[in-house]
Design a protein around this ligand. Structure first.
Ligand SMILES: Cc1cc2nc3c(=O)[nH]c(=O)nc-3n(C[C@H](O)[C@H](O)[C@H](O)COP(=O)(O)O)c2cc1C
Length: 199
């Protein structure tokens, strides 16, 4: 291997090491979710800029304080994934002009102190950089307002550069979400703001 190749190898490795980890939370558990497809568009924009993984949160139970101790494996798993991430990006439908109940449930779990001997103590999501994209046909502003209040309230560092998208008409027939130029431009801006917040 030439000296140049050796340098290239080292340089690329450093770049790899420096890539931040962004955890995607798709706020719809539906197979074929349009929000999942929007997340895939965002993943493309992040290619080569950050590592992306998707949170598996479908088995997180309905929150009850009776279930908090001992910590359930399903809860520990989402806490670990969140703790390992540099940023959390939520892709959310709008349900009844608000955020989906299952997402609120997940965030309620994540908002709880890891050590319950001090309920005001650090949670898994404490101080994490967060942002949100919304894909629905109406109620974006109302749902965004809920996230704008909730995410700082649970002590995350909220990046208020959101993407608002509608479902394209043909998606209702063929199940394929198509991001238009406006949505792609919004995602570009959101990626830039998110990466700036975690650098
Ligand atoms: C309980 C419920 C409430 C909904 N409320 C809204 C709404 O307020 N605004 C809207 O645009 N769509 C609403 N929808 C439709 C969803 O936005 C639509 O099903 C969308 O495809 C969900 O995202 P997904 O494809 O990622 O699952 C609602 C759907 C459900 C199940």
């Amino acid at each position: 291997m030439s000296i140049l190749d050796t340098f290239k190898k080292i340089f690329n490795k450093e770049e790899e090491i420096e890539m931040k980890n962004i955890l995607f939370i798709v706020g719809s558990l539906r197979e074929g979710s349009f929000n999942h497809q929007l997340a895939q568009n965002a993943e493309k924009v992040l290619e080569g800029k950050a590592n992306v993984s998707y949170l598996d949160w479908k088995n997180v139970p309905m929150f009850s304080q009776d279930l908090e101790t001992p910590v359930l494996p399903e809860v520990q798993a989402v806490r670990d994934a969140v703790a390992a991430a540099d940023a959390i990006w939520i892709f959310s439908p709008v349900y009844n002009f608000s955020i989906p109940g299952p997402v609120k449930n997940l965030l309620d779990w994540l908002s709880r102190a890891v050590d319950l001997s001090d309920t005001t103590g650090k949670s898994a999501i404490d101080s994490k950089v967060t942002t949100v994209s919304l894909l629905a046909n109406g109620g974006h502003d109302q749902a965004a307002e809920v996230y704008r209040n909730l995410l700082p309230f649970i002590r995350t560092n909220f990046v208020d550069q959101l993407t608002f998208s509608k479902v394209n008409d043909s998606a209702w027939a063929d199940g394929k979400f198509v991001a238009d130029d406006d949505v792609l431009a919004q995602l570009d801006k959101q990626v830039a703001a998110l990466l700036a917040a975690i650098k």
